[in-house]
Design a protein around this ligand. Structure first.
Ligand code: IVH
Length: 720
């Protein structure tokens, strides 16, 4: 939506804002140019969330965002409803009001193979009398469908599909979606009010992160990204919604009026879209579906502008559908098929609809990633935190090219929620690379022979009595010496996302443990390779590999070590936050729970768990042992950034310094990775000039590449 020229102008305005961000008169600048700052932020949101092509770093965006936020906090009367700040933290929603869609949200007819498509095309050609129809083919996004209304260029209402006629009002929640413009210049297209449909998604990556977190907390995960997106739209705390990073694609205009409030779209009866011929003739409004997607794109919406293709005739449709199916797995979000739409809006209207579906569109469904199976047995596994997890053993079933034989069913609540009985017929889904999940059981297929799943009262490994803390969903074995927990902790420590000790793996951990060669995490670094070399399958090469992988792990970044420790509620994201907060891991000994809670995304529960971990004598002893065994507990990144800020730079001081002693200044250069040189030459990067500087300054002035700075400039270059 932004022309190249505008992009350049925005870049310019961005750097001006960034460079004045710390200026003393910044408050006045923001007050006088608030809308400009908002525009700059909107531009960067568009680059990031719609175009997926950011021009500035997250930190730079945050700097600008905070400028605006601070100003608006101090001047609440200056807040505008479409200010970028108004997405965030809009508050708690009491109840979702029921609202009627301007035009009922119909579903589409489904097709599953080439023959279905040929058939559908033939009918459309017969009805229209055309030889070849122009189609627009686009992905069928697998999320939660919504409809949104813009009035006078402002987003005024969003709703879930509901029963197609009435849905839940979720305006505040959709405002948390960064790719959803809060305002758009529909007026430039002669549009006064518009209703648009789209799909809210959670991308595969975010889905995985979020589900892992749920599992970590002992909560039931979502079966697929679609459920996660739909579930998120129904959260009543907008701040939580914001954290889930929802995305949206908008793909259909169902209703629009002009400034005189006359309908531009006659979709009421037929569900199709057609702008008034008069305005279309003026070239103001689109006459095709693809034109409509383009209009939305130009107005700053994420429409499937880049993903769609216009083709003439059904053979081109079939080809594009196949092309897309081939890249389904590599897309960052889930799609479950393609939607084929008659491109010409007038022809859409002529084709109209049946009692259920429009005749001008059809969904082509990709091969399902679902399968049915039977729940045969449930086994109970003890994890590294002692959590006892039921695992369903099912009749082998092929889902999305993988044979599934067992599936985690998380906890009792999950079993109740999914209404699972032993012997049940169940629906399995595996989306993308996500682990398979049970979608539901078929109660209607029960024979009466199905039986309840019984939870053990004692640990299946060490036989200790199981315990379920108040408010938690998971039964736990509280015996931290329980063999299962110890082994799982070591497996987690060496795993790919933790210390990534290649060629160690689960099988070796179990083998070494069973043979008494490994009994705890520090034991990894004290392995008796001589004893291992006597084992079958451990030749010189595999021992060398193992040894060097173990050695390599000693300098893994701190966040990997933290994650590897398997602290409860501490997933990879929290581990990174923790690693960034300290210079040395044992610094956490001195953190209070409040200090921990001040870290990003660390809530009361997580902080409590981390606090307990770093106040447990055994844990501290284990960390100290690891350090003596050569494992780095230091935040190398932080140390590096402090010490190497001047790496590769040469300095020379001349004249008398007033704030620093010459020797101290030189030491600071060296401590930060820089070098002191003895004379002025082209090899000198910085000449630091004190009072009464002499010939060196004169000489340096003649060499252009030398930067001449004063004492204050130099002090500013150093880390604080
Ligand atoms: S067009 C009147 N286009 O699939 C036509 N739908 O059963 C409106 N969907 O309810 C729908 N991607 O939730 C359309 N590119 C797309 C879509 C799409 C996903 C969903 C939508 C609809 C269902 C159709």
């Amino acid at each position: 939506m932004y022309q190249q020229q505008q992009t350049k102008a925005f870049q310019q305005r961005t750097s001006e804002w960034l460079s004045s961000a710390k200026a003393s008169d910044i408050a006045e600048l923001v007050a006088a140019n608030t809308e400009d700052l908002r525009d700059v932020l909107r531009f960067h949101e568009y680059r990031y969330y719609v175009q997926n092509d950011p021009l500035i770093s997250d930190a730079e965006y945050d700097t600008l965002f905070k400028l605006l936020q601070k100003f608006e906090q101090e001047n609440p009367s200056a807040i505008t409803p479409d200010s970028p700040t108004q997405r965030v933290g809009a508050g708690l929603i009491k109840d979702f009001a029921k609202v009627q869609h301007l035009v009922p949200m119909l579903s589409l007819e489904n097709s599953y193979d080439e023959a279905d498509l040929l058939d559908w095309d033939r009918k459309a050609r017969d009805l229209s009398g055309l030889d070849k129809i122009e189609y627009c083919v686009e992905p069928k996004f697998d999320g939660a469908s919504i409809s949104v209304i813009y009035d006078d260029d402002h987003l005024v209402r969003s709703a879930t599909r509901g029963d197609g006629v009435v849905g839940d009002e979720i305006t505040l929640n959709t405002k948390q979606i960064k790719s959803m413009p809060l305002s758009a210049r529909f007026s430039s297209y002669g549009i006064d009010q518009i209703e648009i449909r789209g799909e809210v998604l959670i991308n595969k990556n975010n889905f995985k992160v979020y589900n892992d977190k749920l599992v970590e907390e002992g909560l039931p995960p979502f079966a697929n990204p679609r459920n996660a997106a739909a579930g998120t739209l129904r959260i009543k705390d907008t701040a939580q919604v914001s954290k889930r990073n929802l995305e949206v694609f908008l793909y259909h205009v169902s209703y629009a009026t002009n400034a005189a409030h006359q309908p531009l779209v006659t979709g009421q009866q037929t569900g199709q879209t057609k702008f008034s011929a008069a305005l279309a003739a003026k070239g103001q409004q689109p006459t095709t579906h693809s034109g409509m997607l383009e209009m939305l794109w130009n107005l700053g919406f994420r429409s499937p502008q880049k993903e769609m293709k216009v083709v003439k005739g059904i053979s081109g449709v079939i080809q594009y559908v196949q092309e897309f199916e081939a890249k389904r797995d590599s897309l960052p979000y889930e799609i479950d098929g393609m939607v084929i739409k008659v491109n010409d809006l007038t022809l859409q209207e002529r084709l109209g609809m049946t009692s259920h579906h429009p005749r001008w569109a059809i969904a082509f469904k990709f091969k399902a990633r679902q399968g049915t199976s039977k729940l045969r047995a449930v086994e109970f596994q003890v994890g590294r935190t002692g959590a006892v997890t039921p695992v369903a053993k099912i009749e082998p079933v092929q889902v999305g090219g993988v044979t599934v034989t067992s599936i985690s069913i998380h906890n009792e609540e999950y079993i109740r929620e999914k209404d699972l009985l032993l012997g049940d017929t169940i629906l399995i889904e595996r989306s993308g690379d996500v682990i398979p999940q049970i979608v539901k059981s078929f109660a209607e297929l029960r024979t009466g022979k199905e039986t309840r799943i019984k939870f053990p009262t004692h640990c299946p490994v060490c036989n200790d009595l199981l315990f379920k803390p108040v408010g938690e969903a998971v039964w736990r074995c509280m015996n931290i010496g329980c063999q299962a927990q110890v082994v799982e902790r070591i497996i987690h420590f060496v795993s790919k996302d933790a210390m990534d000790i290649k060629s160690f793996g689960e099988a070796n951990v179990r083998k070494f443990y069973d043979l008494g060669l490994l009994k705890d995490v520090p034991g990894i670094y004290r392995l008796n390779f001589e004893a291992i070399s006597k084992l079958e399958g451990f030749g010189k090469k595999s021992i060398d590999n193992l040894q060097s992988a173990i050695e390599h792990s000693k300098t893994q970044p701190l966040h990997r070590l933290i994650y590897g420790l398997g602290i409860r509620y501490c997933g990879e994201t929290t581990a990174k936050t923790l690693a960034n907060a300290v210079n040395h891991l044992l610094d956490f000994k001195d953190f209070s729970e409040e200090q921990l809670q001040n870290l990003e995304d660390v809530g009361v529960k997580v902080a409590g768990s981390i606090y307990r971990f770093f106040h447990d004598r055994d844990n501290l002893e284990m960390l100290e042992t690891l350090e003596t065994l050569g494992i780095s507990l230091k935040n190398q990144k932080k140390q590096q950034s402090v010490h190497s800020i001047l790496t590769g730079q040469t300095f020379l001081f001349t004249g008398s310094l007033t704030q620093l002693k010459r020797s101290d200044a030189e030491e600071m250069v060296e401590k930060n990775g820089g070098k002191i040189v003895s004379g002025v030459s082209s090899k000198l990067n910085y000449l630091v000039v004190g009072e009464d500087a002499g010939s060196k300054l004169e000489k340096a002035k003649k060499i252009q590449s030398i930067k001449i700075i004063n004492e204050e400039d130099f002090i500013r270059m150093l880390p604080t």
